[in-house]
Design a protein around this ligand. Structure first.
Ligand SMILES: *Cc1c(COP(=O)(O)O)cnc(C)c1O
Length: 377
């Protein structure tokens, strides 16, 4: 049996190696490392895939979030409602821009931000909501967009873990995650569902004016060459990364199918195991399983389970052990609105099993029997 990896990028690369090498060689021969033709083609192709009018690539997913917040005109002191249960990048950029993150609780079964908690946290200073489609499944975007409209708030979707997922509104309209709010932000970090071979990210929007601002902020606040209207930053997707992403974008739906198949296997094995809760799949979103994350009942020793799996060469990870509202970086903030019961509980109870596009049946069997052995003896 092949060694089990949390994410197996090498086996995935083997399958696209000739195309990747010829694309990269072509770029090396032309030396168009920045803003080469692949960057423009990728913008078009990703826009088409997502059904978004504008795609603005940038250097990474963290930058995408920061640029979106700058371009939408958020100012120091503005309150931004966001989940505490997320990767730190989502909320760190708020700190950097001197915005005030207002952390709200998530739903226990979906891990995603609770619309009820959002509405309860709104004040006169609230300017935006940043929902995160955690682990690959959409937040309740219909409820979130309704709240945003009612209180005139901007919505920036953190789609770093859910590219390719979608959301179905009650009227039957289907949209890809990241294309529902004012701006959608994503990351092409290698281990993400659409990953490049370094750092990369992108923003998308249907609004021409916002697209122009995003483009300007990502490029030194420049409106035309050497004329800088606002303070921006330097955040680009380089041509080699764009070329890799063009190849992998064509495979993205196959990659998603492979992840969902692995998740189906896990679900079938774990759905009746005492002490274990499998990830909930909501009816109106396609789960693209960036992570396969289980919950352990109180009283089961999570560290011992992870160590037990480790001894069997099965990697398992805890995403995330410390929620944002308990991070030292935010210690000086008066942050959370109310207590974050689900967030605090989940951070002590979740664990994630290997999830990637190359998992083989015998690996899945081995992983599942080890988990069952620990829980059932
Ligand atoms: C990965 C990730 C980011 C940041 O992306 P980078 O490309 O690593 O900067 C932001 N938010 C979430 C939820 C992520 O998973």
């Amino acid at each position: 049996m092949k060694k089990i990896q949390m994410v197996d990028l090498i086996s995935q690369y083997e399958k696209i190696k000739p195309q990747v090498q010829s694309s990269i060689n072509n770029i090396l021969d032309n030396a168009q490392f920045i803003n080469g033709p692949d960057v423009h083609s990728f913008k078009e192709e990703l826009g088409e895939y997502l059904g978004a009018k504008h795609v603005i690539p940038c250097a990474n997913g963290t930058d995408a979030l920061q640029i979106a917040m700058m371009a939408l005109g958020l100012k120091p002191g503005d309150e931004v409602i966001t989940p505490s249960y997320t990767y730190i990048a989502t909320t760190e950029v708020m700190g950097l821009l001197r915005l005030k993150p207002v952390f709200v609780d998530c739903e226990k079964d979906t891990f995603n931000i609770s619309p009820k908690a959002i509405e309860a946290a709104i004040t006169a200073r609230t300017k935006a909501i940043v929902p995160v489609h955690l682990y690959g499944q959409s937040c309740d975007m219909e409820a979130i967009m309704k709240i945003a409209k009612k209180y005139d708030l901007k919505v920036i979707e953190d789609n770093a873990q859910a590219i390719g997922s979608d959301y179905t509104f009650s009227d039957g309209t289907v949209k890809k995650t990241g294309t529902i709010g004012d701006v959608g932000c994503t990351s092409f970090f290698p281990s993400k569902n659409l990953g490049c071979f370094g750092d990369g990210g992108a923003m998308c929007t249907d609004d021409d004016e916002i697209a122009e601002k995003l483009t300007m902020v990502a490029n030194h606040g420049q409106s035309k060459r050497y004329y800088h209207d606002v303070v921006g930053c330097n955040s680009r997707l380089d041509t080699i990364q764009a070329a890799v992403l063009r190849i992998k974008l064509k495979e993205l739906d196959n990659y998603i199918d492979a992840r969902r198949k692995a998740a189906d296997y896990y679900d079938a094995q774990f759905s009746n195991i005492k002490g274990l809760t499998i990830p909930k799949r909501v009816k109106n979103s396609k789960h693209v399983f960036h992570q396969y994350t289980l919950q352990l009942d109180d009283g089961i020793d999570r560290d011992a389970l992870v160590a037990f799996l480790g001894e069997k060469d099965i990697p398992a990870m805890i995403y995330y052990p410390v929620p944002a509202h308990k991070q030292k970086m935010f210690a000086s903030l008066e942050t959370s609105s109310g207590s974050l019961v689900n967030t605090d509980w989940l951070t002590t109870r979740v664990f994630s099993l290997p999830m990637h596009t190359e998992l083989e049946l015998e690996q899945l069997e081995y992983i599942c029997s080890a988990v069952k052995e620990f829980l059932e003896g």
